[in-house]
Write a protein that binds this ligand. Structure first.
Ligand code: GLC
Ligand code: CA
Length: 546
């Protein structure tokens, strides 16, 4: 058990996923940058988020949006300079916003000097062995291919040295060889370097794939967990346990939870198992998918925390659902085949919810009331749309929509120069869906999100309370109690497209009064008879039990 962690800030944070490129362009070259993000820190403060997660900002050929790193130690000039980064961190901290950055260590770009050096180094040398080589492509047979629509093997032939190299993602992203102790040392150096800038956490990209072992799926192998324990111990020794590690491990619940170790691996971990099931339950108008996955999710060490999310910069992944569920999701949410990619769906929340405020609110109400730290994806707070006709996952990475002016107020560049076009879809046009419009309108999505974040921050039961599921006879209703010593909150959500009635057994709270938490409306008193509620289509209540 880790004893060093003195500050558990990540346990009740609100994290905002922020791709610099997409946020705000300060120098009119069509690409968002650090100075632009600095200008928008007030916006983030007002939204109420307490941490930002910055997507990769390192020098890179940008063939995988920066997840193909060519230099770990500086800022890509298109985003600014190290000084800009420093200023961003300082500005964020002044506003009480923590900064999480990316640690992409499973692989590098093929343009990284380590890869070039590996090819020049003699066979068997440490430099050569920074990467994983093989004379035959039969090694590690049967390991799944993640970018299915783009790659047909995890091996790519290198004609110069006449061997194959291993890559779990694009062929231009060779996997580092973690069996090489020199590689592991380099990783520690990278962490120390960025920790000294005062970053509060690292998202560990693609962490299940670090080590390969013959005869396994090459995922979640014991050596990978052993390395994570070493990494955590190193960080605590050098940086005093203040730095949070957030795992990206898209796995089944048990394998996913393993990334917490015994509180001695990652502090946080995305709740990938839960995410697609929220969407399934909504289309099935039935709570079972959610109940089952919560049931299968193991207890986690008390210093650890799930990171819950609805969407992110990737496709809505359906890798870890049954084949039947995957087809169900594709049929229901991606009727347009153009929206399907790899084993997932490249659409944003707003499109998945058919632009319906009610549904977006319902999903967000679950995000903010289920156990875990909520992670918001930029633009979803205004119900931004997408463009699945763009390449790869670019359709969910378009410029942030600030106002109805040129380039959605994101940049003053020639519109043809933007890194990606703004969304002009008839239903989600930036002229109507933007921050300025929603700032002015009292009941806009943005104002609603601010309110929800505020309530979440004011109520410890929502942030860290225990969760007790209720099982009313009406299975279209998901209901649970979140409670901590100081308060009790009842959450009731209607997953159905039509109005529903539910009777809850709350007899253990008989005599206590209830109050709706968003508009502070007094609700009925609890008695020892069934507590009856009616909910509109996709409606929900957060009721405080006083
Ligand atoms: C992670 C990132 C994704 C990237 C991949 C390869 O899954 O979220 O965007 O393409 O790793 O680095
Ligand atoms: Ca710029």
């Amino acid at each position: 058990m880790s004893t060093h962690t003195t500050d558990l800030w990540y346990k009740d944070a609100v994290i905002y996923e922020l791709p610099l490129k997409s946020f705000y362009d300060s120098n009119d070259d069509g690409i968002g940058d650090f100075r632009g993000a600095i200008d928008k820190l007030d916006y983030l403060e007002e939204l109420g988020v307490t941490a930002v997660w910055l997507l990769p900002f390192f020098p890179s050929p940008l063939k995988d949006d920066g997840y193909d790193i060519a230099d770990y130690y500086t800022v890509n000039p298109i985003y600014g300079t190290l000084d800009d980064f420093r200023e961003f961190v300082a500005g964020a901290k002044r506003r009480g916003i923590r900064v999480i950055i990316e640690l992409v260590i499973n692989h590098t770009s093929d343009q990284h000097p380590w890869f070039k050096r590996a090819k020049e180094a003699p066979e068997g040398s440490s430099f050569r062995n920074f990467y994983v080589w093989s004379r035959s492509a039969d090694k590690y047979e049967g390991v799944r291919i993640i970018f299915k629509d783009f790659e047909d093997s995890n091996w790519t032939w290198d004609p110069e040295i006449e061997q194959y190299y291993w890559h779990r993602f694009y062929h231009h992203q060779p996997d580092l060889n973690f069996d090489n102790p020199e590689v592991r040392l380099e990783i520690f150096k990278i962490i120390d370097y960025w920790a000294d800038f005062g970053v509060d956490g690292f998202r560990l990209d693609a962490i299940p794939y670090l080590f390969e072992r013959e005869g396994t799926s090459c995922e979640n192998v014991p050596e990978t967990h052993a390395f994570l324990k070493e990494l955590r111990a190193h960080i605590e020794r050098k940086h005093g346990g203040e730095i949070m590690l957030l795992a990206e491990a898209n796995m089944w619940p048990k394998d996913s939870a393993a990334y917490f170790g015994e509180g001695d691996e990652c502090h946080m971990n995305f709740h990938f198992p839960l995410m697609p099931r929220l969407y399934m339950a909504l289309k099935r108008h039935h709570r079972q998918d959610i109940v089952d996955i919560l049931d299968e999710t193991p207890e986690i060490p008390s210093v650890c925390q799930w990171a819950t999310f609805l969407r992110n910069h990737d496709e809505l992944t359906l890798e870890m659902v049954t084949e039947m569920d995957r087809w169900f999701m594709w049929e229901e949410y991606a009727e347009n085949h153009q929206a399907r990619i790899n084993l997932g769906i490249r659409l944003r929340l707003a499109r998945l919810m058919d632009g319906s405020r009610r549904k977006m609110e319902l999903m967000n109400s679950l995000l903010f009331s289920m156990p875990g730290t909520p992670v918001l994806y930029y633009g979803d707070e205004i119900g931004m749309g997408d463009n699945c006709y763009l390449n790869d996952r670019d359709g969910v990475r378009t410029p942030m929509q600030w106002n109805a002016n040129l380039n959605a107020g994101f940049s003053n560049a020639n519109p043809q120069e933007l890194y990606l076009p703004v969304v002009i879809d008839p239903e989600f046009n930036y002229r109507t869906i933007n921050v300025e419009v929603q700032e002015k309108r009292h009941r806009s999505m943005l104002q609603w999100m601010r309110k929800m974040i505020g309530i979440y921050k004011d109520h410890p039961a929502l942030r860290s309370g225990d969760m007790q599921l209720l099982f009313p006879a009406n299975e279209r209703i998901l209901a649970y109690i979140r409670s901590c010593p100081s308060e009790t909150v009842l959450v009731v959500a209607n997953l159905s497209y039509k109005p529903e009635v539910v009777e809850l057994d709350l007899s253990e709270y008989a005599g206590r009064s209830t109050r709706e938490m968003i508009y502070e409306t007094p609700f009925p008193q609890i008695t020892d008879r069934p507590f009856l509620l009616t909910l509109g289509a996709y409606g929900f209540y957060w009721l405080q039990i006083d």
